[in-house]
Ligand binder design. Structure first.
Ligand SMILES: C[S@@+](CC[C@H](N)C(=O)[O-])C[C@H]1O[C@@H](n2cnc3c(N)ncnc32)[C@H](O)[C@@H]1O
Length: 277
């Protein structure tokens, strides 16, 4: 399956792709947004149009994969045992046309060139317990949210489905955003709270070693005095006298050479910021 790659698309083409994806997701939300468990709990099968049920009923998983994903195994011929309804064929073609490529046509992000499991653009306390892929994701997404917040004057971020809170912690303690985190799984909430405490302690230690880091906060982030955390939320960014730690490594956002191969823009914190908190 070749798939779409956003690389090489103009901003307008990217916008159009996002519009198309959002349209399809909205049209077929009930099945595309579903969890497997909901097949059993919400009778997803019963929500399908009768003509789809007739076409799909009795197919085993490999047959479904072949027919829906259009990926026949070696020597296999795709055979439809009945005429599929146009709506189902339309979804199949649309999904095919909009799927992102799975071909690894990218370069290793520069932050992992030195060490494939440690992003050089996050400091150690923020990497702890976070897998490399997640490190990359939270940094990219967090910086994007920070940039959008700065551009729009947004003062609050809500992380819905915050899981263990990796992204929330990065945005809050790392980028100085005021974050509310919502998570439905109590075990993950408990784990997130433990990780919050662990990170705060690590940052406190860091601050004791480098007290000047906190003094740099207001000017480095340009956010002024950070706001306080709300009870029950992952803690907000460090305030005066509160623990604080460098998150993005200094000097990594200073220009194209310091960016990821796939970075869409400069890092959230300005270059020349010294050691940002
Ligand atoms: C992929 S994880 C998110 C990971 C997280 N953002 C991070 O950076 O580590 C999605 C989370 O959404 C939570 N979730 C899904 N539906 C939810 C709902 N309706 N209300 C609250 N949490 C939900 C799941 O429990 C899961 O932890």
């Amino acid at each position: 399956m070749p798939g779409v790659s956003a690389r090489g698309l103009s901003p307008e083409e990217r916008r159009q792709l996002a519009v198309n994806l959002t349209r399809v997701l909205a049209l077929y939300r009930s099945i595309l947004d579903a969890y497997i468990i909901e097949f059993f709990t919400d009778n997803l099968w019963g929500t399908l149009p009768c003509s789809w049920q007739e076409a799909l009923d009795g197919l085993n998983p490999p047959q479904l994969a072949t027919l829906l994903l259009g990926m026949p195994g070696e020597g296999e011929v795709v055979r439809y045992r009945s005429v599929w309804p146009l709506t189902l064929l339309a979804l199949k073609s649309t999904a095919y046309a909009l799927a992102f490529t799975r071909m690894p046509g990218f370069q290793t992000p520069s932050e992992f060139l030195e060490n494939p499991s440690q992003s050089s653009r996050l400091t150690a306390p923020f990497r702890k317990h976070v897998r490399p892929k997640k490190q990359h994701e939270i940094r990219r997404l967090g910086e994007l949210v920070k940039k959008l917040s700065d551009l729009t004057g947004c003062t609050q971020v809500v992380d819905v489905g915050s899981g263990q809170g990796h992204l929330s912690r990065f945005m809050s303690l790392g980028l100085g955003l005021k974050v509310k985190s919502i998570e439905g799984n109590p075990r993950l909430v408990e784990r997130a709270q433990r990780l919050d405490q662990e990170l705060l302690q690590a940052l406190e230690k860091e601050e004791k070693k480098n007290p000047q880091i906190c003094a740099a906060w207001a000017t480095a982030s340009g956010t002024g005095s950070p706001s306080a955390a709300e009870p029950g939320d992952p803690p907000g960014p460090p305030g005066p006298g509160e623990p604080c730690g460098g998150l993005l490594q200094p000097g990594t956002s200073s220009g194209p050479a310091g960016r990821d191969a796939d970075s869409a823009g400069p890092a959230a914190l300005p270059s020349g910021a010294g050691i940002p908190c």
